[in-house]
Design a protein around this ligand. Structure first.
Ligand SMILES: Nc1nc2c(ncn2[C@@H]2O[C@H](COP(=O)(O)OP(=O)(O)O)[C@@H](O)[C@H]2O)c(=O)[nH]1
Ligand SMILES: [Mg+2]
Length: 348
């Protein structure tokens, strides 16, 4: 999963990036770079460790999230940078960092709702530009009425200052839309970057109202504190976090919300080689899930041997589950459940 950290300059993107990844990219810098910094983190999942205790695999493989930290737009220039736009379109989700802490060097007062709206507008403008260019093109081409109609409809929605995320499309439109990778259509998580002094305070009502109205999920993080925590060693981290009343790290909370936002879940494979988590969308069928591992397995799919996670742990692995009658054979259309431990049978 690829998540882009976006937002206005000095909202704390790089600080949050460091908090989430344990990196130490330069904070407060006005990077000359135009491309995003990239880091990959493992998705913490204690279920993998529990499976490994039973099968003793050679290695554990966790799911991964790639974070991109976007540089601020060039000063005096409006709009998003072309280079950044290309990378943003490749992200599966955006995390909009909004500043809710006072900053002596900031040129504007703290106003998260203004910033959320403002950035949303940037995304809408970027999408409008793409649509207008494409519509011009299509005027010179014959046919493609379906695409024309769809783009006209998108144009209208955006002109009303609404993101494409807020409306639903027909399945064949979804197919046409995919190639455009519209930014305002991407799932977006709000990262509310609070001041250390406000860690225990309730969120302002207007922020709650706005995110509810726009149906946006939000995590509240104090970037500065979380970055310091992420850079401590394990033992100090536990002590320091407990002191502040933080039970889960920013990374854990963020990833949980990102999974919810993208409607994701994990299934597992466990054997002598590895215990491994695979991330899929909820509601996916067994045959499609098999394709996540390898297209050959999807093509030659015969059946899936499925054990629910709880049973796997209770009966200490596969043979125990078989003896207890807890190992199931499922067909192509079986809907995968979170935590399923699976063996796919397939012909080559
Ligand atoms: N007080 C406070 N300052 C922060 C917090 N997060 C970031 N900052 C400061 O805000 C400034 C901009 O942060 P940076 O991460 O570089 O923002 P970016 O431009 O969005 O990447 C830096 O001086 C940070 O130290 C926070 O949670 N609390
Ligand atoms: Mg930065």
């Amino acid at each position: 999963m690829k998540v882009g950290l976006v937002g206005f300059a000095r909202s704390g993107k790089t600080t949050i990036f460091n908090a989430l990844t344990g990196m130490s990219a330069e904070v407060g810098g006005f990077e000359k770079k135009r491309e995003a910094a990239i880091a990959v983190v493992k998705v913490p999942d204690p279920r993998i460790d529990a499976l490994a205790e039973i099968v003793h695999p050679e290695r554990n493989k966790y799911a991964e999230v790639t974070f991109l930290d976007f540089p601020p737009p060039e000063e005096r220039k409006t709009g998003l940078e072309t280079e950044a736009l290309v990378q943003m379109r490749e992200c599966e989700a955006l995390a909009l960092v909004v500043r809710a802490f006072a900053d002596a060097t900031a040129t504007t007062a703290v106003d998260p709702v203004r910033d959320m709206r403002g950035f949303q507008d940037e995304l809408i403008l970027a999408d409008l530009a793409v649509i207008e260019k494409r519509i011009e093109r299509l005027k010179k081409e014959k046919g493609k009425e379906r695409e024309r109609d769809m783009l006209d409809r998108c144009h209208k929605i955006l002109e009303e200052e609404k993101p494409l995320r807020s409306v639903s499309f027909l399945p064949d439109e979804e197919g046409m839309l995919a190639g455009f990778a519209f930014l305002s259509r991407k799932p977006m998580l709000i990262v509310y970057n609070v001041a250390e002094s406000a860690l225990r305070e309730a969120l302002p009502q207007e922020v709650i109202d706005y995110t509810e109205r726009e149906k946006l999920l939000m995590v509240s993080i104090c970037g500065k504190v979380e970055m310091e925590i992420a850079q401590l060693d394990e033992e100090e981290r536990v002590l320091f976090s407990a002191d502040l009343g933080l039970t889960e790290s920013a990374k854990d909370r963020f990833i949980l919300q990102a999974y919810a936002l993208l409607n994701l879940m994990s299934f597992f494979t466990a054997g002598p080689m590895e215990a491994r988590a695979w991330t899929i969308t909820r509601g996916m069928s067994a045959v499609k899930a098999a394709g996540k591992i390898h297209s050959d397995i999807e093509r030659g799919f015969i059946r899936a041997e499925v054990i629910s996670y709880d049973d796997y742990i209770r009966y200490r692995g596969e043979s125990g589950c078989r003896d207890a009658g807890r190992a199931r054979l499922e067909g192509k259309d079986y809907i995968m459940q979170d935590g399923d431990v699976v063996h796919f049978r397939f012909k080559v």
